[in-house]
Design a protein around this ligand. Sequence first.
Ligand code: SF4
Length: 214
Amino acid sequence: MRESKAKKVERAKAVFESLLTEYPNAKCSLHYLSAHKLLVATILSAQCTDHRVNRVTPALFQKYKSPQDFAYCDVSELAKDVHSCGYHNQKAKSIQGASLKIVEEHGGKVPNNMDELVKLPGVGRKTANCVLGEIYNVPSMVIDTHMVRIMNLLKFTNTKDAKKIEFELMALFENQNWVKLTHLIIDHGRAVCIARRPQCGACVINELCPSALI
Ligand code: SF4
């Protein structure tokens, strides 16, 4: 039987509360000290683990201290500096291009709204939402691989399209919980609802999950 919207909202609330109890300290796992550094780290994190990005950024931010340093750098040298994050040429181009626009069009300040953020080279909704939520306290969700997988398992969506998922989830979860929800789902995806072997028997939301294998 099709679940009503009201029931789904109720289940979404229960999922959020259970995960919050399980992972009370869930937070962004990328290390950063400013909006621009988070933007750089988020661009580097595409197709790469946050752990690896955190190993690269200390030396990177030692060498390139400001948005200006990235904006006017030698892109091929920057590509070498971020080589271990994968897709290094594309990521270096995005970081340099985004930094140049930030310096020349935004006075060196990372924009605080979606429209301007997604105009920066290499910045999509995922990176923009990360910056908006972490830096500017704008209710926002980052739809990463864990969010796509787990929200499908929970039957809160049935698409892999990140933008559609984002809007569907906005209608189910309270907006003050959106930022935290992303962190909770990422922690749950890493610890329990692992891609190829979900540990449903040990899952705190198994009674709320239509895909539970128990
Ligand atoms: S019950 Fe299983 S499939 Fe559902 S969220 Fe938990 S681990 Fe994932």
